[in-house]
Structure formats: C-alpha cells, structure tokens
Design a protein. Structure first.
Length: 316
C-alpha cells in the first residue's frame, strides 16, 4: 500500500497538468538563468538595484506560481474548461508582463510606476492591466478549486486557504502605487519612509533601512505553494507518525498553519507601512510576532490533544 493510500489519498482520477502553465514556468526558468548571467556581466543599475535583478526575481516567482497552480489544477477530479481557459489567460498576462519588464531593462528604464514619457506610461498602463487580469483570473480558479472536494478535508482546506491568502498577497501589491516616490514621473514606490533604491537584503533586495511593501506582497502570494505543500508533507509523514494518520489532526494543523500564515502577512504589512525594515523590528513588532508564535503552538497542541483524547476514549 502506498504512502498516500495509507493516509486518505488524493482522488485517483485527476485533471491533466495545464501545459501552458508548465511551458511558462520552463520559459521563466530559462529567463532566470539569463537574468543571473546579466547580473554578473551587466554593471548597469536601475532604481538603485542591478539592472537584471527585477527580471530574475519575477522569473523565479512566476516559476513557483505557475508550477504550483498547474499542480493544484491537476488535483481536480475531472478537467474544467473554465479553469483551463482561465489558466491560459494567466499565462498570456504573465508573458506580457515579463516582456515589458525585460524590454525596459534592455532600455535601461524602470518598468513599474514609470510615467516619465508617453511610451513608458503606456507600458505601465499595460502592466497595470495585466496585474488586474492575473488577480481576477487567480480568483476565478480559486473559486473553482474551492468548490471541489480534493482528497481529504486537510488537503482540501490547505488549497482553499492557500489560495485565499495568495489572493490577499496579490491585492497587497495595490499599496505600492499609492506611495509617494519622491521622483518626478514615477507614480508609486515599494519603499515606505524613503525613495526606492535604499540598501537591500541579499537575494531579495528588500530594504534594510526602511519599510518595504514587496515583503507582504511576496509572503502572501506564495501561500499558494507553501500550505498545500505542508499538507502533502503531513500525508508523507503519516505512516511514520501515528497521530498524523488522523484526518482531524492534519486538518487542525492546516487550519493552525493557515491562521499563523495569515497573521504573518498582516504583521509584515503593518511593519512595512510603519516604515520599519524587516530585519530591524521594534518592540511592538516583536510582541506581535511572539503572540503569533504562541497562538500557533497552542493550535498545534490542541490539534494533537484532541486526537490523543479520541484514541484514549476508543481504547477505554
């Protein structure tokens, strides 16, 4: 008997992987390599960062997003034309966005919030439209997947809650155009408390001196990958950890993890809006973080204790 069968398997009938999403992920993986090479050989900077840094980050993000979404779509008991068509819309919007981002790097210009001339303004308006399309299309897929029963309750709710938090993360991107850039012709910013281009963290580029709205946007958006993967990990561990064989335990852990993740998104959003860098939290941020950690620990203990109580009652 397989591991998945021993722990309430996913349905045996599944929709196929969405090929356009997989092709888009592969193309972004290639672009990521190109952008990394560009970071090594191109010494230009745009808005204080290495010119090819933004394409590298967006390519990596789209790889994760596309693969996760293709996998989630494949978990449906049967194919859905609406879901498949909507996923293709996401790919189309993503391609347009990446073409503009890379094209602006080649030109040596900013892509986001750039209203310095007519051409750049048109590109930014197109990008803004693709962002809205990505959000709405993800919402349509989220609704479709949420109405489907995929595997046991723990797996189903990990997908529902992961998609819900990801939608919040995508929506948080709308905070950036509302920020004053301090630069003529630039209609928005991701840094709070200073112009964009402040010193950044390695790999992410997030500001080390001020608040950065890219953090909640990134953290929230990738709940789409992390929560369903956590549910899958619980299934894999179930044969070795008897308590995890109980669906109620896995469901409790998923709900606890989702609540903790949502609270984390709220925390880093609050921190960024106060102009505070992620790596320099004040006492209020640390206190809130401690409350979140405590809540998660209590949630885990309740989930485990409920299963232990049921087992004892069954064997009494």
């Amino acid at each position: 008997m397989s591991v998945l069968t021993a722990a309430d398997p996913l349905p045996s009938r599944r929709a196929p992987m969405h090929r356009p999403l997989l092709y888009f992920a592969a193309a972004n993986a290639v672009l990521l390599v190109v952008a990394l090479v560009g970071m090594l050989v191109d010494d230009r900077t745009i808005a204080g960062s290495t010119a090819w840094f933004k394409p590298a980050k967006f390519a990596m993000s789209f790889v994760l997003y596309s693969v996760a979404l293709a996998w989630l779509i494949s978990l449906r008991p049967k194919p859905s034309r609406l879901t498949s068509w909507t996923a293709t819309v996401i790919v189309t919007a993503g391609v347009i966005e990446m073409v503009i981002i890379v094209g602006q790097v080649v030109r040596g210009e900013r892509s986001h919030f750039n209203m310095t001339n007519t051409f750049d303004s048109v590109l930014w308006v197109i990008m803004s439209a693709t962002i809205v399309v990505l959000f709405l299309a993800t919402l349509v897929i989220a609704v479709g997947l949420s109405r489907s029963r995929i595997g046991d309750a723990a797996i189903t709710w990990s997908i529902r809650l992961g998609l819900a938090i990801s939608l919040v993360g995508l929506a948080l991107g709308n905070l950036m155009p509302q920020q004053e850039s301090g630069v003529e012709g630039i209609a928005g910013a991701h840094t709070v408390g200073a112009p964009d281009g402040t010193p950044g963290m390695p790999l992410t580029g997030w500001s080390t001196t001020d608040g950065d709205l890219r953090i909640p946007h990134f953290v929230g958006m990738h709940a789409l990958q992390l929560l369903p993967l956590f549910a899958a990990l619980l299934v894999v561990l179930a044969p070795r950890i008897p308590l995890l064989r109980e669906v109620r335990v896995r469901l409790g852990l998923i709900i606890t993890a989702s609540a903790g993740y949502a609270a984390l998104v709220a925390l880093v959003t609050w921190q960024a809006l106060r102009g505070q860098p992620l790596i320099h939290p004040d006492q209020a941020t640390l206190t809130a973080a401690a409350v979140i950690v405590t809540g998660v620990v209590v949630g885990v203990l309740i989930s485990v204790a409920s299963a232990v109580g049921v087992r004892k009652a069954a064997t009494a």
